[in-house]
Ligand binder design. Structure first.
Ligand code: RP5
Length: 164
């Protein structure tokens, strides 16, 4: 990647606009690390054609990692993973009825053969999906590796010693 290249290399997709409150944390974390990315609503069951097109075109458009957030019967990450060779990181969005346990189990329990890297429920999962995407990309991007090291150092420095 050249410094001026703004072609997205991470795609953040989510099943509904209602997922944005969670998934915006992945967006903000990628922005903090200067990682070009895009955000789109792509629903496995409401817009299956959009999902098909997105997943099949992803690698050819230059994406390297997909972060997929969904809630409830959350098929989006698994369906995306079935249609692209790119690594897919799944974020279980906290649902009203079951507090995200439904989302978590739907995303994490992929049968062997089609992996989805599943993160924690909610905000923590969205942040960590972005950080994990950064770690994957940093393997072949020394400049990003440096930014990620700096981000982690700032986090360490921000933790006070004093509990009160
Ligand atoms: C899923 O259904 C979405 O990922 C969202 O978490 C959940 C509820 O969607 P809305 O009814 O709020 O649009 O597809």
């Amino acid at each position: 990647m050249t410094p001026n290249d703004t072609t997205p290399i991470v795609g953040i997709i989510m099943g509904s606009r209602s997922d944005w409150e969670t998934m915006r944390h992945a967006d903000e974390t990628l922005s903090a690390l200067d990682i070009p990315h895009e955000c789109q609503v792509v629903s496995a069951h409401r817009t299956p054609g959009r999902l098909f097109d997105y997943a099949h075109a992803a690698r050819g458009r230059g994406l390297k990692v997909i972060i997929a957030g969904a809630g409830g019967a959350a098929h989006l990450p698994g369906m995306a993973a079935s249609m692209t060779p790119l690594p897919v990181l799944g974020v279980p969005v906290e649902s009203h009825a079951l507090k995200g346990m439904d989302s978590l189990l739907s995303i994490v329990q992929m049968p062997g053969g089609v992996p989805v890297g599943t993160l924690a429920i909610g905000k923590a999962g969205a942040i960590n999906a972005a950080l994990l995407a950064a770690s994957i990309l940093a393997l072949s991007d020394p400049a990003l590796a440096g930014r990620l090291d700096a981000w982690r150092a700032r986090q360490t420095e921000s933790v006070p010693n004093d509990p009160a």
